[in-house]
Design a protein around this ligand. Structure first.
Ligand SMILES: [Zn+2]
Length: 469
């Protein structure tokens, strides 16, 4: 029996999906204005692990992760870089997909974008206005928090206490300091869409209500995200969705703990800010996954190079066994006697830890015990039949690979020349600087010598492309 710690009730509850074997799951995705950082990576990898374990249990999971592709941060960046907001969003949407693929995240069923759901958002806001839960002031539409009696039920916050805190940033346009924007009136030079309240764009919270409802229905099984989203984002999602439909929004709310760097909060100003790209340049995805899954998803997690190196070291035990199985199974099978090995006990130990609110650190400990026992068996009886190795392989495929993605039976291909491409990019950026400074001798020298090395370059309007010839 799978139990989940539900933020809404504050208790562990038996998981009962609405329509088994189907499970509907929504996770708040990235705002695509930059490369995502290791804290975001934790959210993406933990939700990937949860989804994979639900699939291990035989559920058919519809997994939806939204992409916020219009937002203050995107607009700010586009102004700073003198590009359109959609160019910025496209660049970092692309980067997001590249990075999650490198992290071996199983693709979601759907990645809906906010800008692709403007009409659903407008319909939802109109519904809230018609039912008295929202009001329009001069083209800005706000949610009327006082009208929703359950406000605060997820975060446990009381509205009167919240109001005191919120008064610092009092906004004269709103009836109540806790009211939040559903529709933001267009400012000059900002992206906007037509609406019954004039040109504008959606607020952040309403996107998730509109997209989850469209793709998963009025009530769905699991909504997950970082614990920093509980208030106000998820509280506001509940207020919007339940006011609009009159039905419970989500049955199980799951929240992931914070990630700190060397015991400090990660921040650009402290200089301890790591993107997933930075970490992937130094460590394989399997080591990053192992590191993240060795702490329970709800606990705070401290990131350090030592911790990730320790996780990587632990993975050697998996790799060694995988190599052994590969070589045994590629050799002609021997007529060895059947081996007794208690696979069912390991399966049930694995499942009972994961059934207890996805306790991945304990489940990984079960996998280490399994490897130890298998190795002991191999040392004791050198000629084991291939059935034993096939069952060992199957166990690892279902657990370590299927649920955690921390090892693989596929032959490692030599690392693609990532560093080589980076060096070429570096030379091209030096060449671009040389051209700007009218140092054409140096620019041409770089071009010619790259060609001698078999790298042809081509200048386009925006950038220089290269091809290995
Ligand atoms: Zn959300």
């Amino acid at each position: 029996m799978l139990v989940i710690q539900n933020t809404l009730s504050g208790k562990k509850e038996e998981f009962k999906p609405i329509n088994p074997p189907h499970v509907s799951m929504y996770v708040c995705g990235p705002t695509v204005y930059d490369y995502f950082h290791i804290g975001n990576a934790r959210s993406f990898l933990i939700s990937d692990m949860i989804r994979r374990y639900l699939e291990y249990k035989g559920y058919n999971v519809k997994f939806v992760m939204n992409l916020t592709d219009v937002d203050d941060k995107i607009i700010h960046k586009s102004k700073k870089e003198n590009r359109s907001f959609s160019q910025v969003a496209d660049t970092f949407t692309q980067a997001f997909f590249e990075d999650i693929e490198k992290l071996k995240v199983k693709p979601a069923t759907l990645y809906p974008k906010a800008t692709g759901h403007i009409s659903e958002i407008i319909t939802l806001i109109s519904n809230l206005i018609d039912n008295g839960f929202a009001y329009n002031i001069d083209g800005n539409v706000f949610y009327n928090v006082a009208r929703f009696k359950d406000y605060g039920k997820l975060s446990g916050k009381k509205t009167d206490e919240l109001e005191v805190g919120a008064r610092i940033e009092i906004n004269n346009e709103k009836l109540n300091p806790l009211d939040f924007a559903l529709w933001k009136k267009a400012k000059e030079d900002e992206p906007s869409w037509n609406s019954p309240w004039g040109k504008g764009r959606p607020g952040w919270h309403i996107e998730c209500s509109a997209m989850s409802c469209k793709h998963l229905g009025d009530t769905f099984d699991i909504h997950a995200g970082g614990s920093d989203l509980i208030f106000p984002h998820h509280e506001n999602e509940i207020a919007q969705s339940e006011a609009a439909t009159g039905k419970p929004f989500v049955n199980y709310w799951m929240h992931f703990g914070f990630l700190n760097i060397n015991e400090e909060k990660m921040s650009k100003s402290l200089g301890n800010f790591f993107t997933a790209r930075d970490i992937l340049a130094k460590y394989p995805a399997e080591a990053i996954r192992m590191f993240l899954f060795q702490t329970h998803y709800a606990s705070p997690l401290n990131f350090s190079e030592e911790a990730i190196q320790a996780a990587q070291k632990g993975l050697e035990k998996f790799t060694n066994l995988v190599d052994k199985i590969n070589s045994e199974l590629s050799a002609p099978s021997q007529a060895a006697p059947m081996t007794d090995f208690d696979f069912p006990t390991f399966y049930s130990a694995f499942e009972s830890t994961m059934d207890d609110d996805f306790n991945s650190p304990k489940a990984i400990a079960v996998l280490f015990d399994f490897i130890k026992e298998v190795n002991r068996k191999i040392t004791e009886s050198p000629s084991l039949n291939s059935g034993f190795y096939l069952k060992t392989k199957e166990f690892l495929e279902k657990t370590a690979i299927g649920v955690f993605g921390i090892t693989s039976f596929e032959k490692e291909v030599p690392a693609s020349s990532g560093i080589e491409d980076k060096l070429i990019e570096l030379l091209l950026s030096i060449r671009a600087t040389a051209k700007k400074e009218k140092n054409f001798t140096l620019a041409d020298q770089i071009r010619d010598e790259l060609l001698n090395l078999g790298v042809a370059i081509r200048d386009t309007k925006d950038k220089t492309l290269f091809k290995k010839v």
